[in-house]
Design a protein around this ligand. Structure first.
Ligand code: GLN
Length: 466
């Protein structure tokens, strides 16, 4: 698909539409929607901003490319004065005191925030069923899950309720719902976009990630959000990715894929057949394809969940009803903490807090947490070796198509295993993108750290190849 941002920009500048009418139309669609993709609407703010854009256009003032473009925000980002609930009872009434850097950059560029979007509570999940706002329904088949945790964001983009949305990806939460709803979703290199104001899940893999219907829109939004931020010490300076550079894929000569991902018992036969057929089409274009060895996906999943649970247990310890959250008074302070946390966190979040505290506790941390850290180093070393041999790594996004709503809630372990193909790249902090082609839930394109441009280039090549 062509760039929706450029198309709307053109319509605004040529006065074919007004920004107010556009924003009203999208707000109405969001309000009426039956997919449970909305936690709260930012209607007053959005309409105020739209009126300002219209006034500029009426005065024949120039407007920027993102000015007046409506977008959605996963409900884990701070936007000053708005509810930021993380889809949880604990923060149901919490209003942000400040605005996240990534969102502020979009606001500074004139983009218009419409909605805080439904997701798995605190990013904990792969289906957007772990939420107090009702399970998010898949945009293609509403009986199926939307994927998660950024399910509301993916559905809003797929249904064109928003032009783009900003999700958060810790272990696959942008890529997997993008795959389940047939759109693009990028997890940039860790640190390329500041995490300041993104509610922390697992800080060492949390990434801000855009979802959109075209590669060009992903590129535009990525450029605006990127950059070093004094408030996130892991952020760094990066070069802008030009439109021309994305159109040029000649330098990509070698592609790799992990043999064991494709030979695993867990992969659905159709996903495997479609993936291998895509590989043949890529070879037919003269690109060399190499099979690579990698860790087994259950090792990747257990390493990721060990570290993610440890980090989330630590990050969420601040939510005890004192500074934040819906406090429930007990008989004494300790009692208050425990009632507040046990009544207000979901079962899944509590499972992770208990698991995380367990792997961090004395007597267990050497055997579990430190082993997880060591494995992570080995996984990163494996990627370093691979990227000496290949320019990009391709994989399916998920082993199978989306489950029915209700099915995965009964089996947390099966849900964790649905992240088999996404979590490894998160542990490596690599740039990786879902393209809505190749298999029923898309293909994942990954490059070496900081090579986000390579990912977009190859996606562009796939657009015309698959
Ligand atoms: N499904 C994974 C998890 O629950 C990834 C979630 C995410 O990236 N936020 O940890």
């Amino acid at each position: 698909m062509e760039s929706q941002i450029k198309k709307i920009h053109q319509q605004l500048v040529s006065k074919q539409i007004t920004c107010t009418a556009l924003v009203q139309e999208k707000l109405e669609l969001l309000k009426q929607n039956t997919y449970n993709s909305v936690n709260s609407l930012l209607d007053t703010l959005a309409l105020d901003l739209a009126a300002k854009v219209d006034a500029k256009i009426a005065n024949d003032e120039e407007i920027g490319l993102l000015e007046g473009i409506p977008f959605g925000i996963k409900d884990v980002y701070m936007v000053q004065g708005t509810y930021t609930t993380a889809s949880s009872d604990l923060l149901k009434k919490y209003k942000s005191a400040y605005t996240a850097t990534a969102i502020q950059k979009l606001l500074d560029a004139g983009a218009i925030p419409l909605v805080k979007e439904n997701c798995d509570s605190f990013g904990h999940g792969s289906s957007s069923e772990n939420t107090i706002f009702g399970a998010v329904k898949n945009a293609i088949n509403p009986e199926l899950v939307s994927g998660g945790s950024s399910g509301g964001s993916a559905v809003n983009v797929a249904k064109e309720y928003t032009v783009f949305s900003i999700g958060g990806d810790t272990g696959g939460s942008v890529r997997q719902p993008a795959g389940y709803n047939n759109i693009y979703g990028l997890k940039p290199s860790y640190g390329r976009i500041s995490r300041y104001g993104l509610m922390a899940y697992a800080s060492s893999t949390d990434c801000v990630g855009p979802l959109a219907k075209s590669i060009e829109d992903i590129r535009i939004v990525l450029n605006v959000m990127s950059g070093k931020d004094g408030r996130d010490q892991t952020s760094y300076v990066s070069e802008e990715i030009s439109e021309a550079s994305v159109l040029e894929s000649k330098e990509i000569k070698t592609v790799g894929y992990f043999k064991n991902f494709i030979e695993s018992e867990a992969i659905a036969p159709q996903v495997k057949a479609d993936f291998l057929a895509s590989i043949e089409k890529i070879k037919a274009k003269g690109i060399e394809v190499k099979e690579l060895d990698f860790f087994k996906s259950d090792t990747l999943v257990s390493t990721y969940y060990t570290l993610a649970m440890a980090e989330t247990a630590s990050n969420l310890s601040r939510l005890d009803g004192t500074n934040y959250g819906n406090r429930i008074e007990g008989e004494n302070l300790k009692d208050t903490y425990s009632i507040t946390r046990s009544e207000n966190f979901s079962e899944e979040t509590k499972r992770r807090i208990v698991g995380g505290n367990q792997v961090l506790s004395q007597g267990f941390s050497d055997a579990i947490y430190l082993k997880g850290l060591a494995l992570r180093d080995q996984i990163s070393a494996n990627f370093d070796k691979d990227f000496k041999e290949v320019d990009v790594i391709l994989s399916p996004v998920t082993p199978a198509s989306p489950p029915k709503i209700g099915d995965s809630l009964n089996d947390p372990l099966a849900m964790y295993l649905s992240d088999a193909y996404t979590v490894g790249f998160s542990l490596g902090q690599l740039p990786t993108l879902t393209v809505p082609q190749g298999t029923v839930t898309g293909m994942q394109v990954t490059a070496a750290k900081n090579n986000d441009a390579t990912v977009l280039k190859f996606a562009n090549f796939l657009k015309d190849t698959l």
